[in-house]
Design a protein around this ligand. Structure first.
Ligand SMILES: [Zn+2]
Length: 363
């Protein structure tokens, strides 16, 4: 796509760059309205669970097992609307809660993880997620979480004005009820294999979008359960936020992960959002090219003179985001991820006193 591709914030966790110039209102309505479980060619069901964000819905997948139970992938965000849809669709499919044998989570973002605890309470089943993703979930929503204060202080040092900073705490707190009750977790091990639906699945470490995130791949059917790592038409948010000492260059990790995934032969990619598509490798390469264009653009902005990350964020994504703290948070943390990538490549440098404020300049 051209460098004039529209960029806007989208999704539950953030900014997603639209590359196709937008959808019509009718398309939006059709996407949101259709929440009936859809049978896929392989006999699985895909259920679209609505989201109160512009991303519209998350894809949940129900996988039939030989013993009559079902594996549930990424059940969705905990809202009254989501729960109603699940009750209706499970009833329609003749699946009882006790038939859900386990829940597998690709990552810990609220729109994938939020309903896992609610399901677990009723089904009594294990919830599988990586230990690293579990640590992120606890850091954000565990008791005594200080994440909101850390993020506020960090964005302040990166130039965000006070009238926006004061909105961050209440905004982050609003997610809590959408991820509770929180599930008891069973570790899912990247690098290991998991049997699901009569196939053996490779658990692939997929960092960058979510620390501890995974994709699942079966070479028998050449199917990739992609989570949010490779999405059609939109790009997942890549955030640098406080507490990422183990992955201080998430965009670098993400680009590496896309290169790894591009080596897989796929016939079907089942994404966390939007429609299934055939070719993971081709889409991964498109997303890499998209980020390289964005990095070039940011370098151009830096060439105009030193600036704070907030200033660069507004020049990149637009000042209208001041009216949407949810999307601004993701635009800001994505700008920081791009700046970290440029710094790692030796093309940008940050300066300022340890306690902030900090500015970026070309290196
Ligand atoms: Zn996600």
């Amino acid at each position: 796509m051209s460098g004039t591709a529209k960029e806007r914030t989208d999704e539950g966790r953030g900014i997603s760059d639209r590359e196709d110039g937008g959808e019509t209102a009718a398309e939006n309505a059709a996407q949101r309205g259709d929440t009936a479980a859809e049978r896929l060619e392989n006999g699985w069901f895909r259920v679209k669970i609505p989201l109160p964000y512009s991303l519209r819905y998350v894809n949940s997948y129900l996988i039939p097992e030989a013993d009559g139970s079902w594996t549930l992938i990424d059940p969705g965000l905990n809202t009254a609307e989501s729960r109603d849809i699940w009750l209706r669709e499970l009833n329609r499919l003749g699946i009882r809660f006790r038939d859900i044998g386990r829940i597998v989570l690709t990552h810990q973002h609220p729109d994938h993880y939020g309903l896992a605890g609610w399901f677990q309470l009723q089904a009594g089943c294990p919830v599988l997620m990586t230990a690293e993703a579990g640590r992120y979930a606890r850091r954000l929503w565990g008791s005594g979480s200080v994440f909101a204060a850390e993020l506020t202080g960090w964005f302040r040092n990166h130039g965000m004005p006070e009238e926006l900073l004061v909105q961050l705490g209440p905004h982050l707190a609003s997610f809590r009820e959408r991820v509770e009750p929180q599930p008891r977790l069973t570790d899912l091990e990247p690098g290991s294999r998991l049997d699901m639906g009569g196939e053996s699945w490779q658990i692939i470490d997929a960092p960058g979008h979510a620390g501890g995130g995974v994709c699942l791949y079966s070479d028998a059917s050449m199917t990739l359960i992609a989570g949010d790592q490779v999405l059609p038409r939109i790009t997942p948010n890549i955030s640098l936020i406080p507490g990422m000492q183990e992955d201080p260059d998430p965009l670098g990790s993400y680009l590496d992960s896309l290169r790894e995934l591009s080596g897989l032969e796929t016939r079907q990619v089942l994404p966390g959002h939007r429609d299934p598509f055939p070719d993971a490798g081709r889409r991964a390469m498109e997303i890499i090219a998209h980020h390289e264009r964005r990095l070039e653009h940011l370098l151009g902005l830096l060439a105009e003179g030193p600036a704070s990350a907030f200033d660069l964020c507004e020049r990149e994504f637009g000042t209208h985001l001041r009216h949407n703290i949810h999307n601004l948070r993701f635009a800001m943390s994505e700008t920081l991820a791009h700046l970290a990538r440029l710094a790692k490549r030796g093309k940008a440098a940050v300066s300022g006193p340890a306690g902030g404020p900090w500015t970026y300049a070309s290196a």
